[in-house]
Design a protein around this ligand. Structure first.
Ligand SMILES: Cc1cc2nc3c(=O)[nH]c(=O)nc-3n(C[C@H](O)[C@H](O)[C@H](O)COP(=O)(O)O)c2cc1C
Length: 168
């Protein structure tokens, strides 16, 4: 099985769609999931009770916080990453190199690294798209080789899986 770094932030629908439309279908396609949530996304799933269903899609722990110094690294080092759903907030931070949580630390460490594939599927309000820095953030990520897709809330999030290469 090929490892996939699957990262999610707190976008509307996370509690009902992330496991059903991304984690489970990715696992069914042959990916072994190393899942990391932003702290807010983690809090949402902890509150709705969706965390157990998500955890059942992988043999690896679902991460929400960074490890303590001296603790072993709980995940392998995937060569392929999918950040979906990605919020406007997390897109901006990733493009600027801000790593103030485990999800952004992980992605920031591999962004631009040779041999790494990163796909980012974002779900954002039109109000965010009008922000003067928004297009610059997307351009920064695209210039680093990131495969980008804007999620349409009316369509299944599973379309994001088509951004990935076939698992080896
Ligand atoms: C119910 C709800 C739905 C939200 N949906 C989105 C969304 O689809 N896209 C987005 O960019 N932000 C959305 N937000 C705002 C983010 O959750 C907020 O900006 C948060 O700080 C993002 O943190 P994160 O990127 O670390 O997960 C939503 C907030 C709430 C309360």
């Amino acid at each position: 099985m090929t490892d996939l770094g699957l990262v999610a932030s707190s976008c509307g629908g996370l509690d009902t769609r992330f496991t059903a439309e991304l984690a489970r279908p990715a696992s069914a396609r042959g990916w072994r999931l190393a899942i990391t949530l932003t702290p807010t996304a983690g809090r949402w799933l902890e509150t709705t009770g969706g965390l157990e269903d998500l955890a059942a899609t992988t043999d690896l722990p679902v991460r929400m916080v960074g490890r303590l110094p001296g603790e072993p690294r709980p995940h392998p080092d995937p060569r392929v990453f999918l950040f979906a759903p990605a919020s406007a907030n997390s897109i901006a931070k990733l493009a600027l190199g801000i790593a103030d949580n485990q999800a952004l630390t992980l992605l920031g460490d591999v962004l631009g690294a040779p041999g790494i594939t990163i796909a980012v599927a974002y779900q954002v309000q039109d109000t965010r798209v009008r922000h003067p820095a928004w297009q610059r953030h997307l351009d920064t990520l695209a210039a680093a080789g990131v495969r980008l897709l804007r999620l349409d809330p009316r369509r299944s999030w599973s379309v994001a899986l088509d951004l990935l290469p076939a698992p080896e």
